[in-house]
Design a protein around this ligand. Structure first.
Ligand code: CMC
Length: 436
């Protein structure tokens, strides 16, 4: 970390001695004040629920400028990555720091595609779930269970184990997500076909059956690949921080990624794509575009508890660049499938138009996020709403694992252990049963 050319001084109004705190500068973005010695020197903690002002780590992977609406993977703008690279190139970049040259690219693609199969026993593990289980419940279990199958890659302190676990996780996630889907609909599992692309293979495992050949539609393949790229990493969001915190105890990589899957499930995070599509379907069922005004009034009413799902972000205070790319993909996919007049797409556009002009949203800098259009694309491809967050988990796996490996390799890493401001009862004695 590079020291900035100035320090911060913390002073107290009660006459306690002030304290100088080092300031570090990143390559871009806000500086940070190093408070690691604060407790030792003052006996005080900082208080920052929700990490509104706290950098929990140093990282060189992903950078977001929320005010500009900019997202960089290893320095490259998401718009360039999404149009000039494929998902596996993106995985290589996130894991290794640089884009692969041609031999590296071929080697990496081959490596991933050769690890797509999962242990046959996984099928029997799946059978323990109800057929109507939510795919995220199933996936949390399946990913956690990988550690019971791949004992040779569970030592988080062994760089070779971490490398193999990363390859296995990226390669096997599409197979697991497709298996969770097939199990739910009662169709036979489709084994991976390694001559297909990563996205093409996933489409076939999802929608192919053993009864006939499955021909991959290149427009849908490209759209899915783009969804994967746009969701690949997003710096220290809730699920990534969960993976880091979980991994900081030294647990195995599969267990740490399973923790990420569990966190992603929530509607304020990855579950927003599912919640967003349910919201659109709900408005559509109540009258569609004509009911938008009424719905917006509910959103603006603090007591209603209704949110415009797919809108707002902790970091972006401008248009989420991923939402722009997703809208483009949405147009392409709907055009390819002859669904240009899709009522939900029209409804989403109308909601967006109104929200972008409405004072409530303008004042709070609420813009569409990646989830606003991704559900429409996925639904058009044929992915059921309940599986949307599973697709997000599949794509984010590389980000989680890159961040986890970065943390383990960081000499400054320690087990994560936040502190608290205690507001409960002071010491007291247990009364006898009769006195309670
Ligand atoms: N609809 C209505 N009002 C909203 C929304 C929304 N979608 N998002 C934020 N607000 C309001 C919020 O009520 C608050 O108003 P006030 O200042 O009057 O109390 C203000 O905007 C600031 O919001 P916040 O909840 O303090 O912001 P946050 O940074 O804690 O939350 C968020 C960010 C993403 C959880 C939130 O915007 C939200 O719940 N959005 C809907 C869910 C969603 O789309 N999540 C996906 C995020 S992107 C993908 C991912 O990371 O997984």
């Amino acid at each position: 970390m590079k020291l900035a050319d100035h320090k911060a001084t913390l002073s107290f109004s009660n006459g306690a001695p002030s304290m100088e705190l080092p300031v570090y500068a990143g390559t871009i973005g806000p500086n940070v004040i190093d408070i690691r010695k604060l407790y030792g020197q003052t006996g005080m903690f900082t208080y920052d629920p929700g990490f509104l002002s706290t950098a929990s780590c140093q990282s060189a992977i992903t950078y977001i400028d929320g005010d500009k609406g900019e997202l960089l993977y290893r320095g490259y703008p998401i718009e360039q990555i999404a149009t000039q690279c494929d998902y596996l190139d993106t995985c290589y970049l996130l894991l290794n720091g640089e884009l692969p040259n041609e031999p590296e690219r071929n080697g990496f693609h081959k490596l991933i595609l050769n690890h797509t199969m999962v242990n046959e026993q996984m099928q029997f593990f799946l059978r323990g779930f109800r057929r109507d289980a939510h795919p995220m419940a199933v996936l949390t279990g399946l990913v956690g269970a990988l550690s019971a199958f791949y004992h040779d890659s569970t030592d988080i302190n062994n760089p070779e184990h971490r490398r193999i676990a990363a390859i296995r996780l990226i390669a096997k996630m599409p197979t697991l997500v497709a298996m969770a889907y097939k199990y739910g609909v009662g169709q036979p599992y489709m084994y991976p076909r390694n001559d297909l692309s990563y996205a093409g293979n996933f489409l076939r495992m999802m929608f192919g059956t053993p009864c006939e050949d499955y021909v991959v539609n290149p427009v849908l393949e490209r759209a899915l690949d783009r969804i994967f790229i746009l969701h690949a990493d997003h710096e220290q969001n809730a699920s990534t921080s969960t993976v880091r915190l979980c991994g900081s105890s030294g647990t195995n990589p599969f267990a740490a990624i399973a923790a990420g899957v569990a966190c992603l499930w929530g509607p304020a995070h990855g579950g927003a794509n599912e919640a967003c599509l349910n919201m659109l379907e709900d408005i559509q069922a109540k009258g569609g575009v004509a009911k938008v005004g009424e719905f917006m009034n509910q959103v603006k009413d603090k007591n209603s508890g209704v949110k415009l799902m797919g809108f707002g972000h902790r970091v972006y205070k401008n248009y989420d660049p991923r939402a722009k790319m997703m809208q483009e993909t949405c147009n392409e996919v709907l055009g390819e499938l002859g669904l240009e007049n899709d009522p939900l797409f029209k409804l989403a556009k109308e909601l967006e138009k109104i929200a972008l002009e409405d004072d409530y949203f303008v004042q709070r800098k609420l813009y569409p996020n990646v989830d606003f259009y991704s559900g429409i694309v996925q639904r058009a491809i044929g992915i059921p709403v309940k599986l949307f967050t599973g697709i997000f988990a599949l794509a984010r796996t590389v980000g989680w694992i890159a961040q986890l490996n970065e943390m383990i390799g960081d000499p400054e890493y320690k087990i994560g252990r936040p502190r608290q401001l205690f507001t409960g009862s002071t010491r007291r004695d247990v009364p006898t049963l009769g006195q309670r």
